[in-house]
Design a binder for this molecule. Sequence first.
Ligand SMILES: *Cc1c(COP(=O)(O)O)cnc(C)c1O
Length: 361
Amino acid sequence: MSRPTKAIIDLQALRHNFELAQSLAPHSSTIPMVKANAYGHGAVEVARALAPIAPAFGVASIEEAIDLRDNGITQPILLLEGIFSSDEVSLAAQNNFWLMVENQPQVEAIISATLARKIKVWLGMDTGMHRLGFQPNEIQAAYDALSNSHNVSDDIVITSHFACADDLDSQATSEQIKNFDLHLPKTNNTLSTSLANSAAILAWPQAHRDWQRPGFMLYGSSPFVQPQENADQLQAVMSFESAVISLRNISAGESVGYTANWTAQRDSTIATVTVGYGDGYPRSAPNGTPVLINGVRCPLVGRVSMDMITVDVTDLPQVAIGDKTVLWGPELPVNEIASACGTIGYELLTRMPARVPRVYS
Ligand SMILES: *Cc1c(COP(=O)(O)O)cnc(C)c1O
């Protein structure tokens, strides 16, 4: 007795993907990235499911970290962009949040704070992505300033992020790794390091260091466009489902939906499904985008509406109101839908709105 549109989240598949990341780099510690509501899957539930096996979590802001704390997550939580204002430093220290440090104002805010306990920092090196981090020749000075501060614990992590690790033919990743290793700060402390995102965990073993930071792969999709043997072992975590709510026969020459952008070439049966761009199904999905009805691929026809889509089910032997519809999931990769829409699976998962109930299984 409710709208059938929902995202079913398979926590067993999530754990499988985490364990795959861990087994590919057995000497690394694996920190799940649960920013942006765990890529749309529900940050609290995902973190709870991984809490028994994950040493820490990664998020994009202190607000996301506090939400996890308020919901019982006790691990350290890494703030991937560090602080946005200096008042966040003491709050981070109190809560055992770890801070990325990406620029001089962040160094100064940490050094000059009055803290009840030391804070663990991850010092970011810009090895070629040119978005965040210190230039390689500035790393030593930033490291020295942090390691000499009473506010900072000794075990500083040096880190960088890849721009092109999903491109298996690109030289950029090897260049970034070389640059990183060349500019690690000199110190008597033991340094630990972190490089790998999902693509690097799956395909760049040279990038496996003390800590790895998988995001997208945990949710079961490949970061690569082509098949890759490790990525092929991932299991999709989200099944985005709805149901047929209306059926009609139309004649050849009649059109369907807003702007009448699809016209039947033959007498056709059209199923209306209660899911639309208000649920995160992309309005940019073109005619022909596959939709699974009763497990069979059928073409989307007509414009995606806010709350509904229309599907050509003429070739389905049997279809009835109430039949199960899958927009993406284990049998229909979100990457395939994304690519039809000119985007990537990351975006479709991450922007899924709160209106779609997440159901955990
Ligand atoms: C989001 C993020 C990741 C995870 O990237 P995926 O491609 O989703 O694995 C890793 N490191 C940093 C710094 C990030 O911001």
